[in-house]
Ligand binder design. Structure first.
Ligand SMILES: [Zn+2]
Length: 135
């Protein structure tokens, strides 16, 4: 059974307990790595200036973090299909657990991927609250 590295766990522990519960379940079935949990506003600003995010304020900036970036492991950034497959898997597990999650591959949560204007396929956040995040 796959398990998180210490580094991944430390990152996950900066997140909202629903995200912690969700990914502790996901990892039992699908090996993955936590890229980022909480992010300071200063770190957010740097990513914004680098064009890596579209927003100056993100759900990652809360403590605990309301967003987490997770990639299927081993990471292969060229294998887009695997990120889509992983995203769908995470949403299925979340649904079974009654946890409302919004994924960066389907911001408007209509289960359609072709209308997604900005893909952030590693991003999962607690749904609700400020809705125009990272669009
Ligand atoms: Zn993110």
């Amino acid at each position: 059974m796959p398990a998180f590295s210490k580094r991944s766990l430390a990152r996950l522990e900066t997140c909202h307990h629903h995200l912690v519960m969700l990914f502790l379940e996901v990892i039992k079935h699908f090996d993955c790595t936590i890229l980022c949990g909480h992010r300071s506003e200063k770190e957010q600003k740097i990513l914004y200036e680098q064009g890596k995010t579209k927003v100056l304020k993100s759900k990652h900036n809360f403590l605990p973090s309301l967003a987490v970036d997770v990639a299927p492991y081993p990471i292969d950034w060229k294998n887009r299909d695997r990120f889509l497959f992983f995203g769908g898997f995470v949403l299925g597990v979340a649904s079974q657990m009654g946890i409302k999650v919004r994924w960066g591959g389907d911001w408007d949560m209509d289960m359609q991927l072709k209308d997604n204007k900005f893909d952030d396929l590693v991003h999962f956040e607690i749904a609700g609250g400020f809705h125009d995040e990272e669009k």
